[in-house]
Design a binder for this molecule. Sequence first.
Ligand code: ADP
Ligand code: ZN
Ligand code: ZN
Length: 736
Amino acid sequence: MTYELLVAVPRPFRTLLTYSAKSLIAPGSRVLVPLGNTQTIGIVISSSQSTKSQQDEPALPLTYVIKHISRLIDHEPLLDKHLIDFLSWSSSYYHHPPGEVIFAALPTHLKGERQLPQPVYWTAIPHDAAEKKLQRAQRQQEMYHWLVVVDKPVTPADIHQQFGQGWQGYLKGLSDKGLAKTCDPAPLNKNDVAADTDLLRLTDEQTTCLQQCTDWSFEEKPQPILLHGVTGSGKTEIYLRLIKLIIQQEKQVLVLVPEIGLTPQLQQRFRQFFPHQNIVSMHSGLNDTERLDSWMQARNQQADIIIGTRSSVFIPCPRLGLIVIDEEHDLSFKQQEGFRYHGRDLAIKRAHMLTIPVIMGSATPAMESLHNADQGRYHYIRLNKRPGKARQPTMLVQDTRGYHLKSGLSEQTLQALRNTLERNEQAMVFINRRGFAPVLMCPACGWQAQCPDCSSNMTFHTRGSRLICHHCGTDRLADSHCPDCRGQQLTTQGQGTERIELMLQQHFRDTDVLRIDRDSTSRKGELQRHLDIVHTTERLILVGTQMLAKGHDFPNLTLVIILDIDQALMSAEYHALERFGQLLTQVAGRAGRSNKSGQVILQTTQPGHPVLLTLLQQGYHPFARQILEERQRWQYPPFGYQALIRASAKDMDAALDTLTSIRSIMQEQSPDITLMGPIPAPMEKRAGKYRAQLLIQAANRQTRYNSLKHLTLQEKNILNKRGVRWSIDIDPVELS
Ligand code: ADP
Ligand code: ZN
Ligand code: ZN
C-alpha cells in the first residue's frame, strides 16, 4: 500500500509538492524529502491512500513520477489540524507561498531535523459526565480509568507501555473530550485561579462593561468584541477578568500585544493577577531556545496564558478559549516584509474558525474595526472614563506660524514646562524623529547631505558627528565643509530628539532630561532602566519618539508637549490622517493618568485644519466618522479592498515594466477591478533599489482574490527581464 502526501517545503513555491510514503503519516508531521539534487524538510499537509494502482504507473510521463519521502522525522505531528487549516487559509488569503507561511509559524529550532523536546506529562481531568462521554469508546474509557487510578502525571512512554499501538489516538480522544490534559511533572497545581489578593475594585462603568463582554463571549457563536476605551480607562482590568473566566474552564488564552519590550507593565500586571497560572511570552527579545520553550509549553497545554507579539497568532494552543488583542490599531501587528500578514486580522480569523471569542481593545480603534462595528459584524462597547480621580487631559493648540521658535519650543510652551517642574511633576516632549536634525545643508549653495542609496536626506546625529540614513542605515562621518562649493559653514535644519534634549538641558539646568528613543535604548535592558528612572524620579523631562506613545503609565506625568506631527495633515497618503489622530490621542493620553490633572500642548502650523478641529473639539470617534466618510467617497478601505503590488529593481524602468506586464495580465482577466499605476513609489529609491507600485482595488474580497489568483497562476508570463523582485501586499497599511 502506498500513500500520497501533500507536503509544504520552505521554498517560494505556489503549490504543495506531492510525495509518496509507505505508511500513513499524520498531517502536521515533518518529513525529509528529496528536492532537486538536495534534501529538504517539509511538513505534511494531507495524506491519502494512493488512488493509482501499480499498473497505472508506467503510463505516466517520466517527469510525473512521484518521489518517495526520505524519512519521517516526527513521532507526533507538530501542528494540529486546526493550525494546518488556519495556515493554509492564511497562505491563500495573502497569496503567499504555503511552505513559507507554514515555516514562518515554526520556532527556528524546529525548522530543521531536531526532535520535538520531550518530556510531556499527562493527567486525567476529573469529570462527572466522563462515563457518558466515553460510552462508545472502550479503549478511551480504559485509558481514562487508568489515568484516574494512577493519579499522577504520566509520560507518553508510560502510556505507550500500557496501551501499545494506537495510544496517541485514544489519548487525543480523551484530550478532545476534555478528559485528559498535559501538565507539569510536579504534583498538579489545582487551577487556583486569581487571586483574591487582587484589590482593585472595578468602577461601575468597568463592571457593566465586563458583564456585557462576558455575555458576548459566552454566546454560542461569539462575534469579535471591540472595546473602545479612552487611554487610561482600565481596559486591562476587563481583559484580566474575562481571561479568568476562560481559564476557569481550563482553556488557554492568547494575548497579542504590539511590542512586548514596550509594555513590561502589562506583563507584570498579568503575573500579579494570575499568581498560580503559567504565563509564557513570545517575542523577538527571546532567543531561539526560549522561543521554542514558550511554543512547546503552549502546544503541550502547560501554558495557560501566552502573551506575545504578532507572530504568536500562529502558536499552537490546543485548548484555546479566548484571544485578546491589545492596542488593536497598532501598526506593528502588520508584518511589513516577506509574508505580509496582519496579526490582528488573522487572530480574528483564527477565533472564528475555532468559534471562540476575541476581544480587541484600543483608545483609537482602526478605521476598519470601527466600520466592522458599524456594520454589526463586531460587538462594540466603550469605556469613557478614567477610574478614580484621573481625568482626560485638557488640550491646548499653539499656532506657531510666524514665530521664530527657540529650537522648536514656543515661549508659552517653555513657561508651561517651568510651571510643571515647579510643581515637582514630570513633562514629556514628544517628537517623532530621532537624531539631532533631519537636514545638514550648505546655506551658500543649497547642497544637502543625501543618502547615496535612498531618495532621502541623511539625519545628523551629534554622537560622533555622524550622518545616518534612517531608511537603510548607511552611516558616515558628517562633512565638515560643503562638497559642492567648499563652503565652510554647514548648518542643520529641523529638529530631532537630540536637539530638543540639548536645548532643554541648557534651559533647565537643575532638572534631569531623559531621552527615550531607539538610539538611547538599543542595548538590552536599557529601556527598562530608563523606565525605572521615570518611575523613581519626581521631577523630570522626558524627550522621546513614539516609543513613548504606547501603553505606558507614568503617574507623575502631567504635561505632554507634541511637536512636528502636523505634516500628516498635508500628506497625500490616505492612511496618514488616521495615523495622525491615533498618535495624537495616544501621546496625549500619557498625561494625567493618576489623580493629578494633565495638560497637552500641540504646537502646529495647521491650527485650523478641519480634521484636527474635529479631533480636538469632538474626540476620536467623530474624527473617525469624518475619515470614514471621506474614504467611502473614494471607495477606499474599509469600503473597498486593496492590494499593493510592489516591485524593486536596479533601475526604475525595469520595475515599471514588470508592473505594466502584471497590469495587463490582470486587466484582461479581471475587468471589474480598478488598477492604479504603475507609478514610482513615494520613496523612489531605497537601499540602492528603485521601487515602483501598482495599486489594486476591488469591490469585495472575492474579486480581489480571483484576480490575484489568476495573476499567480500566470506568473511565468510576467515580463521580468532584469532581476526585478515583486510581491503582493494584501490590505496594505501604507502605500510607500
Ligand atoms: P488602558 O489600557 O485602558 O489605557 P489601564 O488598564 O492601563 O488603561 O489602566 C490605567 C490605570 O488605571 C492603571 O494604573 C490601572 O491600574 C488603573 N485602574 C484601572 N482600573 C482601575 C480601578 N477600577 N480602580 C483603580 N485604578 C484602576
Ligand atoms: Zn555649498
Ligand atoms: Zn539610505
